[in-house]
Design a protein around this ligand. Structure first.
Ligand SMILES: [Zn+2]
Length: 151
């Protein structure tokens, strides 16, 4: 038996576009409104909180805001070649080539920008703040499809 806090809000979201290796429709550039929620489990602290809700919400928003309204590009993909020009980013895949303005791109140190790996990325950022706590991150890319990472 332990305590848990859960933070979920219509304000905790980011909109971004990406493309994946498969399935076919996901290989085309497309976007999502990603809703993010977090559950943290631990003992109570000296103030009888697991964590401060307001801090948690602010920390979560500060992690996801840099991705809001950007093109998400995974830098650890084996399939993509990323070329940085002066003001643009060229992405070369197996049979496609995209060029984006540098200022519109957010790089993620991930092999792909699946919701699963976005959840893991957000989890890692939260873990830097809430080191010894059990954290579960949920990323919803639509009302019926969501991914979790917890540890
Ligand atoms: Zn997608």
């Amino acid at each position: 038996m332990g305590f848990k806090v859960f933070v979920e809000s219509s304000e905790i979201k980011f909109s971004a576009c990406h493309f994946l290796k498969e399935p076919l429709q996901c290989t085309r550039l497309h976007g999502h409104n990603y809703y993010v929620s977090v559950e943290i489990s631990d003992k109570l602290n000296e103030n009888n909180f697991v964590v401060d809700f307001i801090d948690l919400k602010e920390n979560l928003i500060s992690i996801i805001k840099p991705m809001d309204h950007y093109v998400l590009i995974p830098t650890k993909s084996d399939e993509l070649e990323i070329r940085e020009e002066k003001d643009s980013i060229e992405i070369i895949g197996s049979n496609k080539r995209y060029v984006f303005p540098r200022e519109d791109v957010f790089f993620l140190p991930l092999p792909a920008t699946t919701s699963e790996l976005l959840a893991k990325y957000i989890h890692e950022k939260l873990k830097e703040i809430y080191r010894n706590k059990k954290i579960s991150v949920k990323v919803e890319e639509s009302k019926s499809t969501m991914a979790f990472f917890e540890e």
